[in-house]
Design a protein around this ligand. Sequence first.
Ligand code: SAM
Length: 322
Amino acid sequence: MKNTDVKFHDLAPQANDFHADVIKGLSNQPRMIPPKYFYDKRGSELFDAICEQQEYYPTRTEISLLQYYAREIAERIGPDCILVELGSGASEKARLLFDALKPTGYMGIDISKEFLLDATKKLSRDYPWLEVHAVCADFSQVLEIPKHYQEQQHIAFYPGSSIGNFDPDEAVIFMEQIAEMVGPEGKLLIGVDLKKDEDILNAAYNDAAGITAEFNLNLLDRLRNELGAEFEDGAFMHEAFYNGSDGRIEMHLVSTKNTALTIDGKTFRFHLGDSIHTENTYKYSLDEFEALARRAGFDVEQVWTDRKDLFSVQLLAVSNRP
Ligand SMILES: C[S@@+](CC[C@H](N)C(=O)[O-])C[C@H]1O[C@@H](n2cnc3c(N)ncnc32)[C@H](O)[C@@H]1O
C-alpha cells in the first residue's frame, strides 16, 4: 500500500521556554545557552553546510561507515523494526539504512519544525512503502513510540555524535531515557566521535570558510529576531577549542569589547573577552564510551570504526543484567 502522508505530532517547546532559558543562562556564571537553540531553519541549514566543510571529518566518516556497513547493521538488527531518530535534521543518514534495514516505520524527532517537516515529506515521497512520522519535540523530554508498533522491534538512531553535547553524567541520564523508550528488546544505533589529535579537532570546529562561526553567531540573530535582544553588531565573535583536561570541544561567543546585551529591559554587561558558552562536544575513547553505555543500562553489541579511528558507529542493546 502506498503511503505518502507524514504523520505529524507537534510537541514543540513553547517560545517562552527559549526566553526563560536565555535569561537564566545569561544570569548564571559562567554564562551558558543550551545548544538546542542553535537550530531554527537557518541554524539547521548552516549545520548542513558545516557537514560539507573539508575540515569537518565527522559527517563524511560516519556516512561512509553507515554506507559500508548498512547490510551488517541490518542483519544485526533483524527484520521489522521501527526506527526512531533523535535530532533527525535532514534525515540523510537514516536514508542510508532504509534499503538494507527495510523498517516498517520511521519516526524523525527534531526541534527545528520547518526543517523536520520538509525532510520527512521528502522521505515519504522517496520511500512510499515506509510509514513516516515527524515529531517536533525536545528529545530530552520523555517520548513514547506509538502503540501500534508494539509488535516491531524498537531501534533508536542517534547519529552525528550529538551525545557529546551532554556532559557524561547527563549523557547517562539521557541514554537511560532512550533505554526506557525502546524497551527491553530495543537497541540504540549511535554515532560517537573519538578522541584524536587536537589539531584535527580544532580545525573541524574552526573551518576556514567560517561556516561554524556563522552557525554559532546565528544564535545571536535568534536572540535579536525572536526575543528582541539589543546589542551592537560585531560585539561578539566565535571561539572554539579543544579542552584536553575535560576531553571536549568548547564553543563560545566571546565579546570583542566592553559591551552590553539587553533583553526585555534586563541588561547583561560584558567585559572584553567575556564569554557565553554555547556548546560542549565531548569526545570519547571506545573504552570510555563502553563504560558510559553500561552505566546507562546498555551493552555494546558491535562497534564499527574507520581506518584512522576518527569516528565510531555503535550498536548497543538494552542490557538484561540484573
Ligand atoms: C548536530 S545536528 C545532527 C543532525 C543529523 N542527525 C545528523 O547526524 O546529521 C543535531 C540535530 O538535532 C536537533 N536537536 C538539537 N537539540 C535537540 C533537542 N533538544 N531536541 C530535539 N532536536 C534537537 C537539531 O535541530 C539538529 O537537527
